[in-house]
Design a protein around this ligand. Structure first.
Ligand code: CA
Length: 231
């Protein structure tokens, strides 16, 4: 899931990016309204995290702009302004939730997951294919009901493949989702993640495999379960 973070406090922005990355989110960080507008025009985001006091204006203007365009992208305001009036104005403007600084990254991550679970949000709760189930909110993977561990990057790839079972997911989509776009992403980084994911799925007895669509992307294909074949 891809998050747009608009926060001009570099230290806080860095903490948020790191914390949410560890939770499996891809975070693009910007410090100004102008940069945030450009990012929103160029990329699709699943959630916006927004500071209110920004160097070139008020964060609420961005919320108004997003809502005026009819976008239902959830917006979570993160601000030191905890007054009741500020919170009411923020929510009335079209923000979905409000978190007062300072906050724990764990709470921020939980609020993000809660917003992404809402009806209409792009995140479903449990994706299934063959004997594989991914709980996108709890970030849990189960094979035949048994929990298996999976690092965030592999989970990110798997989640996208499971949203489009039997269909090719373009490499660029997987790369964009996995990494913030100011990171250096090489084709090999994605290939390496897919390769690790394949080994993990095979070792866990998953009745589905990730195939390569050469030059295009990857596809998750369920396979008939073979009696007696257990990993
Ligand atoms: Ca600020």
């Amino acid at each position: 899931m891809r998050i747009l973070l608009v926060e001009d406090n570099a230290k806080l922005a860095s903490l948020v990016r790191q914390g949410l990355s560890e939770e499996g989110f891809a975070v693009d960080g910007f410090e100004t309204l102008e940069a945030a507008h450009e990012a929103l025009a160029s990329f699709t985001y699943d959630l916006v995290l927004l500071d209110l006091g920004l160097p070139d204006g008020e964060g609420l203007d961005l919320v108004r702009e997003v809502r005026r365009r009819g976008a239902s992208t959830p917006v979570l305001i993160i601000t030191a302004r905890g007054g009741l009036d500020d919170r009411i104005i923020g929510l009335d403007t079209g923000a979905d939730d409000y978190l007062i600084k300072p906050f724990a990254i764990a709470e921020l991550a939980a609020r993000c997951r809660a917003l992404l679970r809402r009806p209409g949000a792009s995140l479903g709760t449990v994706l299934t294919a063959a004997n594989l189930a991914v709980d996108t909110a709890a970030r849990e993977v189960r094979v035949g009901g048994e929990h298996i561990s999976m690092p965030p990057r592999e989970l990110g790839v798997l989640e996208h493949l499971m949203r489009h079972v039997g269909k090719v997911v373009p490499k660029t989509t997987l790369e964009e989702t996995l990494y913030a776009h100011d990171c250096d992403v090489t084709p090999n980084a994605l290939e390496a993640a897919v390769s690790r994911l394949r080994r993990r799925l095979a070792a866990s007895g998953v009745a589905a495999a990730v195939h390569t669509a050469h030059g295009i992307g990857y596809i998750l294909v369920p396979s008939p379960e073979r009696p007696g074949a257990r990993g």
